[in-house]
Design a protein around this ligand. Structure first.
Ligand code: MN
Length: 228
């Protein structure tokens, strides 16, 4: 096959214990999937269920390193999240079959230009400028599911410069992992290579150049990102 331009590189994330890489198809994100975070953003989780948005696959920052402070924003927020990596997809996946689609898990940051997102929300516009900008999706190495246990009750937290800013538990997810995959597969055809950022606990806040973010989920390890 010939191409009229050089085809883009497939974005990838490393896999723990393997030299092979995980290729990324799409990046889905769940909005307001922890009640306390929904409330801190001014919403009532009892009246508004979580929802989905997407980031571009090439916004990934694989396995730690640097997050360049983005243009056009003065209020860039961290959102620490558990990422679900899929090895199987489909449409209308039943909750009972959802875990069969999971390849593994990773630590992710849903970096957000909160000021631009706020303008978009107010105007009833899409969120891409706030959410899907370059380097907005730092993601740690993927840990295969058979190496992870106790995730349903795992602490999830984020330290900035050594101070804990977000501190929650995966058991606080409004849509758990199975429900998230099942709901999402009703709206989109899921595929091998999809990543799902499952939502962030309360405590989101702004970073500045020079900050060091260290995110963790019990049983998965930690992800360190420098803001520069
Ligand atoms: Mn998020």
């Amino acid at each position: 096959m010939a191409y009229v331009i050089t085809p883009p590189t497939i974005p990838t994330v490393p896999v723990r214990g393997s030299d092979a890489l995980f290729p990324i198809h799409r990046i889905y994100c769940v909005g307001r999937n922890y009640a306390a975070h929904a409330r801190e953003m001014g919403h009532d989780p009892d009246r508004e269920p979580p929802f989905f948005f997407q980031k571009n696959p090439d916004t990934i920052v694989p396995n730690g390193g640097n997050f360049p402070y983005p243009d056009k924003s003065k209020d860039v927020h961290f959102e620490m999240e558990l990422v679900i990596a899929l090895s199987k997809g489909g449409k209308d996946i039943a909750e009972a079959d959802a875990m069969d689609c999971v390849y593994g898990y990773a630590l992710g940051l849903d970096m957000t230009r909160r000021d631009l997102q706020g303008v978009a929300k107010k105007a009833g516009r899409p969120w891409e400028v706030g959410k899907a900008f370059e380097n907005s999706a730092p993601c740690g190495e993927i840990v295969p599911a058979d190496q992870v246990s106790g995730l349903e009750n795992a602490r999830i937290w984020l330290d900035v410069n050594g101070e804990t800013r977000q501190d929650g538990n995966i058991n606080q997810l409004i849509w758990n992992i199975q429900e998230t995959i099942s709901y999402l597969s009703g709206l989109f055809t899921l595929a091998p290579g999809d990543l799902i950022y499952s939502g962030t606990p309360a405590g989101v806040g702004a970073i500045v150049k020079g900050d060091v973010m260290k995110g963790s989920v019990e049983g998965i390890g930690s992800l360190t990102i420098n803001v520069n």
